[in-house]
Design a binder for this molecule. Structure first.
Ligand SMILES: [Zn+2]
Length: 490
């Protein structure tokens, strides 16, 4: 009898191996039916020149409105009028709030849900003392033939200029949209926790007029080369379908204080050390959201054959994947709310016991959870009734946008049409974007910039030597032309 069972197990095992080998062979990218598109007319030199000009205008935003040089924003508005005469002639434009812009291109049927193309006009300042570290001055927009250098080259005057170029070109070609198109350019996206976000004012303006947007496209994702020798050599076009929440919690303990020569065993700060340890040792629960399995599936289908024997069975390895991801901080941030203890404060002097000790903890919570959930978690794991909690700053995460909408499918199709080596996959954006504010008037919000940029260049965003390869600009204009035609042409 045992021999029979052994034989049965062996047959089942061999059967499984055989099936896996066959499954792995057929485990390939899903085919999308698409026609070959004609090349787009793009004046690459003009795009580059206009990006240089855009960078030269110092539209820097600061938390305090009084620090902002509003004349630069006026200059930027004038530059758009002058550089894009057809847009000026055929679209209406209004200034919203301090310096945001809302353009409307009226379509044949304004009762249809409209298309929203978003961007922000502002840039972050150059950190004091680092001005001379730049290879080319941050506001010169220097074009050396390979790169255009300067603040905003990637975040996100490149995007804004390419949207404008695309609309100007479509007007020149006589394109007539079926539905309305809105260009929504905020003026203070870079100011975290601004009293008034220009983007929010734009959304409210639209909402008050009864406008619904079918789809919103904003910054947040890019096209990244993915190369592992012998395994994969493709590009990953990440479409941000949601963004995480943000919360700074101050956790305090009040004590009597006094002289440090007669201290208790644990001061307030000492007790907080325990709270910190508990918070770090009891991380939020990780889950594998659908977009993560979707992401792995799409990448898994694109690796070479022997490796596909493993990737085609990812469904079996979910617990293992989760365990590995939890150990790699960038991967962990995709599957759970993160906890980062960033600041601590005790007494004002070395020989004084703290009367108030506090630590600040930054959380980025997952879509589907709330600020209240974060607070509950802190209280639960801290196991200290004497702590006081204060939410210094926070906002809840966005909703997830669907991956089967017309908007998502259009981005996917256009990316693969542009380059069959592009793997298009949904992902979660860690930072905040203006798109967040549009939820009340739009269900299909995507964060994606159609520029192929490697990780090294992406790291220059908000840092020294921000720059963009000149050759990717034409691809950007092509994408926005096609996307606009696809979404607003029917
Ligand atoms: Zn940005």
């Amino acid at each position: 009898m045992p021999v029979l069972i052994l034989k049965l197990v062996l047959i089942l095992f061999l059967g499984f191996i055989g099936l896996t080998l066959i499954r792995a062979y057929f485990y390939q990218p899903k085919k999308i039916q698409m026609e070959k598109l004609p090349d787009e007319n793009v004046d690459a030199d003009r795009v580059a020149e206009n990006l240089t000009r855009a960078i030269q205008i110092k539209t820097i935003s600061y938390p305090n409105d009084d620090d902002v040089d509003w004349a630069e924003f006026e200059k930027f508005h004038d530059f758009l009028d002058e550089a894009y005469p057809l847009v000026k002639e055929h679209l209406t434009r209004e200034k919203v709030d301090k310096a945001s812009l809302l353009y409307r291109w009226e379509g044949e049927d304004s009762s249809l849900d409209a298309l929203g193309l978003l961007s922000h006009i502002d840039v972050v300042p150059v950190s004091e003392g680092t001005e001379d570290d730049w290879t080319h001055p941050a506001f010169e927009g220097h074009n050396d033939g390979e790169f255009i250098w300067g603040r905003g080259a990637l975040d996100m005057k490149n995007h804004l200029v390419c949207v404008m170029e695309a609309i100007e070109a479509l007007l020149a070609e006589g394109f007539k949209p079926k539905r309305d198109i809105y260009l929504c350019f905020g003026h203070n996206e870079e100011v975290v926790g601004a009293d008034r976000a220009g983007a929010k004012s734009i959304m409210e303006t639209l909402r008050d007029r009864g406008v619904r947007l079918e789809c919103v496209l904003d910054e947040g994702g890019a096209i990244l080369p993915v190369e592992v020798k012998g395994v994969i050599d493709k590009k990953l076009a990440g479409i941000g379908i949601a963004e995480k929440g943000y919360a700074d919690f101050k956790i305090s303990i009040n004590e009597k204080g006094g002289h440090s020569s007669q201290p208790p065993n644990h001061t307030g700060l000492g007790k907080l050390a325990k709270v910190i340890q508990r918070l770090e040792n009891n991380q939020f629960k990780a889950t594998l959201p659908k977009f993560v399995t979707d992401l792995f599936d799409r990448i898994g289908r694109n690796v070479s054959y022997p490796v596909r024997i493993v990737t085609c069975n990812l469904w079996m390895m979910r617990p293992l994947i989760k365990a590995i991801m939890k150990r790699i901080p960038p991967a962990a941030s995709l599957i759970r709310t993160t906890t980062a203890v960033t600041m601590a404060q005790g007494s004002p002097a070395a020989n004084v016991l703290p009367q108030n000790a506090n630590v600040t903890v930054n959380f980025r919570h997952m879509p589907g959870s709330t600020l209240k959930d974060v607070e509950r978690h802190i209280r639960k794991v801290a196991k200290n009734k004497n702590i006081e909690l204060e939410l210094l700053q926070g906002k809840d995460p966005s909703k997830f946008s669907p991956t089967d909408s017309r908007g998502f499918k259009a981005i996917e199709k256009l990316c693969i049409q542009a380059d069959p080596d592009n793997i298009v996959a949904p992902f979660l954006v860690m930072g905040g974007t203006d798109a967040y504010f549009y939820e009340p008037i739009c269900d299909n919000i995507y964060r994606f910039a159609p520029f192929t940029v490697n990780t090294q260049l992406l790291l220059c965003t908000h840092a020294t030597d921000e720059r963009i390869p000149v050759k990717v600009l034409a691809d950007g204009v092509t994408f926005f032309k096609r996307f606009t035609r696809e979404m607003a042409g029917k």
